[in-house]
Structures are given as structure tokens and as C-alpha cells.
Write a protein that binds this ligand. Structure first.
Ligand SMILES: *[C@@H]1O[C@H](CO)[C@@H](O)[C@H](O)[C@H]1NC(C)=O
Ligand SMILES: *[C@@H]1O[C@H](CO)[C@@H](O)[C@H](O)[C@H]1NC(C)=O
Ligand SMILES: *[C@@H]1O[C@H](CO)[C@@H](O)[C@H](O)[C@H]1NC(C)=O
Ligand SMILES: *[C@@H]1O[C@H](CO)[C@@H](O)[C@H](O)[C@H]1NC(C)=O
Ligand SMILES: *[C@@H]1O[C@H](CO)[C@@H](O)[C@H](O)[C@H]1NC(C)=O
Length: 359
């Protein structure tokens, strides 16, 4: 449904720039990034900007060829992003750079309510030395991590809080019995008690919306079966090579906003590189479309996601790239181009591991 919403916004913006602000209550005048109204477990009027800055550079993966984000890099990058008009920041407790994000936000002088902060609790695997990233699942452990999230950012609330990964008892042992087991029943009970904590956090006003990340269909079903409010957002890997269109349709049907990560499929060549070294930016079809619109390959790849109603979190510390990432709302791909790009998924490499393998 919100596919059309985005497309509508774009055409309105093209016709009469100012209308965007009036029609869609986008409070941010400085940029033209449209926003999506979050539903389900969200308080009223939570507008999530379509493009956010990814900040997950995994400082602990020291052998990585990717960008190593730490607090000082996050501070510099977030400052730049805010200066250029970006208003959404995608963070996680596990990225180990939230102190820097908080410093940049305070130094910007931009009112807190005009900035959209996403953070995540729960497990996120481990680095190559076995050092766990993120924390455990479970009711009490989630509430405890939320205090750490707010403390590191130096804020009283986040706009969106997600459960980072649907289960990982090996790297993140929990104080809760179910969250340390390895049967499907235990995993299901663990996700459900963790979700109860998320709803408690929402109720206490420490998050304006709560959701999940890397949840496959069966994991979402565990939450839906509780009969309570369901997630407002599911953030999953989504790009030309790797896109689960069945999951996307399911989320749309349930009004769960789909937030994609790794829109350019640029892997951290760390523990999760999976030996993959092909760049989407160099694909002949992407280059061809890029020439057709006079836009960069990175811009084409972001439109590919946005066209399908998928919000993007491109990570960058480069000013030129940030400008490009904020400037993808003045053109549209055709349905046919998106279909052609979707067809490239036969190659199926992915940046992260596949959560569908978890019961
Ligand atoms: C962050 O990383 C950069 C680049 O590797 C390095 O120069 C800087 O000292 C690091 N800062 C901190 C606080 O670790
Ligand atoms: C959470 O902690 C409280 C107080 O320490 C305890 O009574 C409760 O059993 C714990 N809940 C779970 C689900 O472990
Ligand atoms: C999973 O269950 C098996 C069988 O009960 C047990 O041997 C194994 O140690 C368990 N693994 C974890 C990570 O709990
Ligand atoms: C989704 O949102 C629309 C518009 O607010 C509403 O009409 C519809 O009932 C919702 N569907 C579900 C499954 O919540
Ligand atoms: C990419 O990986 C393939 C297969 O492992 C290898 O043959 C090729 O040389 C690599 N290319 C680059 C640019 O690293």
C-alpha cells in the first residue's frame, strides 16, 4: 500500500514542491526525503523518513576491508548527514558507536523531535574472535539493554526500537530459560517474552515505535500468534541480489513497514563476507539504467528498493555519497526496470546470514 504512497509523494513533489509538507506532514523543511507513517505498535504520528544513515560498521572486525565505524567516525558522519538534511539514523547497541551518534545529535542544535533514531537490542552474532555483538533476548534482558541504549545515546527515547536478530543463544546467553534452549518451542517462547518487553518499552514512552529485524515469516508468525500489537517495522537485507518478495508482500499485508538494509549489497568483508566479492555497482544492467537517468549506480539501486516500498539505510562517511543518497526523490524507475533488476536474484549472494534457516 505504501508503495503508492511513496510514488504519490514523488509526483506531488515534482509538481509542487511545497505540497509535500502540507499533505504528508513532513516536519522537515530542509530536505525532500518523504516519510512513511508507522502503523501497528507505534504511537500516533510516527513518521519514518524513507532514507536513513546506516551506522553499522562493526569496529571489532579488525581484519575487515570494509569501513570500521567507531564513536569518532559515527560522530563525524552523523554530523555531516544532519548538516546535509538527513534526519534518520539507523543504529544498534551492537554497533558500538552510539555514544558518537548521540554527541553528533546534541552538537547539531537540531531539535530532538526532528530527528528519527532507530536502535536495536538483542543478539547480532559475534566477531571473528568470538566476541559477542549485541545482547541477549528475553524480557528482563531486553529491558536492561534498553537502559543501555538510552544511556549510550544520551536521549530519553528512541523513535524506533527493533529486536536485532530472531535468536542466538550461543553468542548471547540470557537470564531467561527459554532464551537459552534450542528447540523451536523455546525459541518461539523466547521471541514472545522479548516482544512483551518491547511493548512495555513502547508503553513507557522509551520508544515511539517498536519492531523487529531479520525476522522471517515463521518468526513474525510467533509474534502475530500472541494476539497483541504486532511490529511496526521489519528491517531485513534487501537489494537486487537478495530480496524476499514473499516476506515483503506479507509485511505489506500486515501494515508492517519494510526497511531494507545493505541497499548496495556492499558486504563488510569480515566474518560474514561469505567469500562474495561482486559489486552491484558494476553490473551492466545497473550501469545501463544509470546512464538512462543520468544518475549514479548507487542512486539506481536505492530507487529499486524505494520503488517497492522498501525504506533504505545506506551507510556512508563520504559527503558526496551522502548527497547522492539524499537525492533520489526526483526520478522513478519503471516497473519493467524493477522487474529486470529483480530477475538478477538468481545469483542470490547475501551480505548477512539467512535468518530463514532459524526455526
Ligand atoms: C576510529 O577509527 C579511526 C580510523 O580507523 C581512528 O583513526 C580513530 O582513532 C578511531 N577512534 C577511536 C575513538 O577509536
Ligand atoms: C525478571 O526479573 C524479575 C525480578 O528479578 C523476576 O521475578 C522475573 O521472573 C524475571 N522474568 C523472567 C521472564 O525471567
Ligand atoms: C542443543 O541441544 C542439544 C541436544 O539437547 C545439545 O546437545 C546442545 O548442546 C544444544 N545446543 C545449545 C547451543 O544449546
Ligand atoms: C492497514 O492499514 C490500513 C490503513 O490504515 C487499514 O485500513 C487496514 O485495516 C490495516 N490492515 C491491517 C491488517 O492492519
Ligand atoms: C572474486 O572471487 C572469485 C572467486 O573466489 C575470484 O576468482 C576473483 O579473483 C575475485 N575477484 C576479486 C576482484 O577479488
Amino acid at each position: 500500500m505504501y508503495t503508492f504512497y511513496l510514488v504519490d509523494m514523488v509526483s506531488h513533489w515534482l509538481l509542487t514542491g511545497f505540497i509535500l509538507t502540507c499533505l504528508f506532514q513532513v516536519s522537515i523543511q530542509a530536505n525532500v526525503v518523504p516519510s512513511i507513517l508507522l502503523q501497528n505498535s507505534a504511537t500516533n504520528n510516527v513518521l519514518m523518513p524513507a532514507t536513513g544513515l546506516g551506522t553499522g560498521g562493526y569496529a571489532l572486525t579488525l581484519d575487515s576491508h570494509g569501513e570500521h565505524w567507531n564513536d569518532s567516525i559515527a560522530e563525524k558522519s552523523v554530523s555531516l548527514w544532519l548538516k546535509l538534511g538527513g534526519r534518520r539514523i539507523d543504529g544498534s547497541f551492537s554497533y558500538l558507536d552510539q555514544v558518537g551518534i548521540g554527541q553528533a545529535i546534541r552538537a547539531s542544535g537540531i531539535p530532538r523531535k526532528e530527528i528519527f533514531i532507530t536502535s536495536k537490542v538483542g543478539p547480532s552474532g559475534a566477531n571473528k574472535n568470538g566476541v559477542p555483538l549485541g545482547g541477549p533476548l528475553g524480557y528482563n534482558d531486553t529491558l536492561k539493554q534498553m537502559e543501555q541504549v538510552l544511556g549510550s545515546l544520551g536521549v530519553t527515547y528512541v523513535d524506533l526500537l527493533l529486536i536485532h536478530w530472531p535468536y542466538d543463544a550461543i553468542h548471547a546467553p540470557s537470564s531467561e530459560k527459554e532464551c537459552n534452549g534450542n528447540t523451536s518451542t523455546e525459541m518461539r517462547l523466547c521471541r514472545q517474552s522479548t516482544w512483551k518487553a518491547m511493548l512495555q518499552i513502547l508503553k513507557e514512552g522509551k520508544a515511539r515505535a517498536v519492531g523487529v529485524s531479520n525476522f522471517a515469516l515463521q518468526h513474525l508468525q510467533d509474534i502475530i500468534d500472541m494476539g497483541e500489537m504486532i511490529p511496526s517495522v521489519n528491517q531485513c537485507e534487501f537489494h537486487v541480489f537478495w530480496h524476499d518478495l514473499e516476506l515483503l508482500e506479507f509485511c505489506k499485508r500486515h501494515n508492517i513497514t519494510f526497511n531494507g538494509y545493505s541497499p548496495l549489497a556492499a558486504p563488510d568483508f569480515g566474518p560474514w563476507s561469505l567469500g562474495w566479492n561482486e559489486s552491484l555497482l558494476e553490473l551492466p544492467l545497473v550501469k545501463l539504467i544509470s546512464q538512462r537517468y543520468g544518475k549514479t549506480a548507487a542512486q539506481i539501486l536505492q530507487r529499486y528498493s524505494l520503488h517497492q516500498g522498501v525504506l533504505v539505510n545506506p551507510r556512508s562517511w563520504n559527503e558526496e555519497h551522502m548527497r547522492e543518497n539524499l537525492n533520489v526523490f526526483d526520478f522513478e524507475l519503471s516497473d519493467q526496470e524493477v522487474m529486470q533488476l529483480n530477475a538478477l536474484s538468481t545469483k542470490k549472494p547475501n551480505v548477512c546470514t539467512d535468518p530463514r534457516e532459524l526455526p
